[in-house]
Design a protein around this ligand. Structure first.
Ligand code: FAD
Ligand code: NAD
Length: 465
């Protein structure tokens, strides 16, 4: 067994871990990162990136397929398209490969030593890694746990055979004829929509009374309507029960208590993710937990001196950009800089069709925090750019303090509005008031004008409505 030492050891090279290691390297910290799989973690390999590639491909295909059905309002007609799904997957895999190489290169350029293998904690400062060239013991002054998360399985529907998680869904070799999705949250709806657009007959089984229960109904309703238009069957208040005997269908109980079954070529289970905290010796450390997550303070320090934790392993929201921001902060703290978590908001985007963007507090969250709030919505049907895109569903909503007009939150639902999240976040982090948004010239014609108009409307003088 070889033994090496470093100042900073990062376990897990997902967006949290690799960002932490790169920033640490930039700051001159002697850093080692250990990764069991490919660099980039869930996000790059089996999450954000491959799912968005498939969503994009599916959108392109559906637009052409609709035109072929004579349903293009733009006057475009074409022959019935075909989809070479193997090529779609190869294209997606190539993007992932390029980014894998990119992350490895960035780590190297920052002077970070990468160790490939599964790390097991021996104590709070030491891990043992099974590498291809033998066992390696790594001693570190500071350790960052960035081991991420994994899909939750239902006890009566274990993964295997027709029952798949998002990881297998992103590596299918053909479009399932009948796809049943259990869980109408982020992953179920993003991937369910993509497969529906590519020709699968999709049924979503969601236990809550409506899809995307983490958002308010105003935001999820346009998505529900679009799912219906795409031919997706959405069963809310429904419970998955069991695989039926030959494994070709899913037994469910509907909202009205009816027992029935849904035939399926694949059953995609997307009922959440859980932090990766077991199987690598973490249990032997005396870390305080916060439910299933590792408890951290505002500097991402755990209850043990010299051990920090970042990313999905530390709690909700389990989003890549939260992990990235934590990773960067921890690297700077290790290098001696004064940093603490002081972010006003973590944006969230659901890449459904239409997309949902939320930044800061929703109206009900703001009210429950004791704020007297003023909420205003500007619909995309009054936005010229949305009309030119032939998609006028959705709106932008601002939530401000009634007394001083400070922006507390911005939410929206609309086609392709993910990129607006940056403007919303910047406004919140800069402490913008409604007047600041109103006094900012928003380029015409853009969907961002709906943000401007929502601010104007809140001030009582919207122009275009
Ligand atoms: P991870 O990315 O999970 O990385 C952890 C890494 O640690 C893994 O590579 C793992 O192999 C490694 N590891 C674990 N244990 C060990 C060990 N003992 N030794 C060595 N290595 C170990 N988030 C968004 O913000 N936007 C999106 O659009 C989005 N889309 C998603 C789509 C899907 C289908 C999924 C599944 C997730 C999506 N997410 C999205 C969530 C996002 O992927 C996670 O929030 C993010 O990857 C968390 O980063 P992390 O660094 O905490 O952990
Ligand atoms: P989720 O929490 O978004 O959705 C799970 C859904 O499953 C919920 O609507 C829940 O009510 C439902 N559910 C739970 N148990 C059920 C059961 N037995 N039967 C039927 N429905 C049931 O979880 P997810 O979609 O698995 O995604 C996991 C996490 O990954 C997300 O919370 C998010 O943090 C991250 N993610 C983010 C993005 C993004 O940022 N665009 C995309 C994908 C995933």
């Amino acid at each position: 067994m070889t033994e090496i030492t470093c100042k900073l050891l990062v376990v897990g090279a997902g967006p949290g871990g690799y960002t932490c290691a790169i920033r640490a390297g930039q700051l001159g910290t002697d850093t080692i990162i250990v990764e069991a799989e490919k660099p980039g973690g869930t996000c790059l390999n089996v999450g954000c990136i491959p799912s968005k590639a498939l969503i994009h491909a599916a959108g392109e295909y559906e637009t052409i397929a609709r035109a072929a059905e004579g349903e293009s309002a733009l006057g475009i007609s074409t022959a019935k398209p075909s989809l070479d799904f193997a090529r779609t997957i190869a294209w997606k895999d190539n993007i992932v490969r390029r980014l894998n190489g990119g992350v490895a290169g960035l780590l190297k350029r920052a002077g970070v030593r990468s160790v490939a293998g599964y790390a097991r904690f021996r104590d709070g400062k030491t891990v043992e890694v099974e590498t291809q060239s033998g066992r390696q013991m790594i001693h570190a002054e500071t350790v960052v746990i960035a081991t991420g998360s994994e899909p939750v399985a239902l006890p009566f529907l274990p993964f295997g055979g027709r029952v798949i998680s998002s990881t297998e869904a992103l590596a299918l070799t053909e479009i399932p004829r009948k796809l049943v999705v259990v869980g109408g949250g982020y992953i179920g709806l993003e991937l369910g929509t993509a497969f529906a657009k590519m020709g699968a007959a999709v049924t979503v089984v969601e236990a809550a009374p409506r899809i995307l229960p983490q958002y308010d109904g105003d935001l999820s309703d346009p998505v529900a309507r679009r799912l219906t238009a795409l031919g997706v069957t959405v069963l809310t208040g429904a419970k998955a029960k069991a695989l039926v005997a030959d494994g070709t269908a899913l037994a469910i109980e509907t909202a009205s208590g009816e027992q029935t079954s849904l035939e399926a070529d694949k059953i995609l289970v997307t009922v959440g993710r859980r932090p990766a905290t077991s199987g690598f010796g973490l249990e032997t450390l005396d870390l305080d937990m916060d439910g299933p997550f590792i408890r951290i303070d505002d500097r991402c320090r755990t209850s043990m001196h010299g051990i920090s934790a970042i990313g999905d392993v530390t709690g909700e929201p389990m989003l890549a950009h939260r992990a990235i921001a934590q990773g960067e902060m921890v690297a700077e703290i290790v290098a001696g800089r004064r940093r603490a978590w002081d972010r006003i908001s973590i944006p969230a985007i659901c890449f459904t069709d239409p997309e949902i963007v939320t930044v800061g507090l929703s109206p009900s969250e703001a009210s429950s925090k004791g704020f007297d709030v003023k909420t205003e919505r500007f619909p995309f049907k009054a936005n010229g750019r949305a009309l030119t895109l032939d998609r006028e569903d959705g709106f932008i909503r601002t939530v401000v303090r009634a007394d001083n007009h400070l922006l507390l939150g911005v939410q929206g639902v609309g086609t392709g509005i993910a990129e607006l999240s940056a403007a919303f976040s910047l406004a919140l982090e800069m402490g913008a008031r409604q007047e600041d948004v109103a006094m900012t010239i928003h380029a015409h014609p853009t969907q961002s004008e709906a943000f401007h108009e929502a601010a104007l409307k809140s001030l009582g003088h919207a122009i275009h409505i």
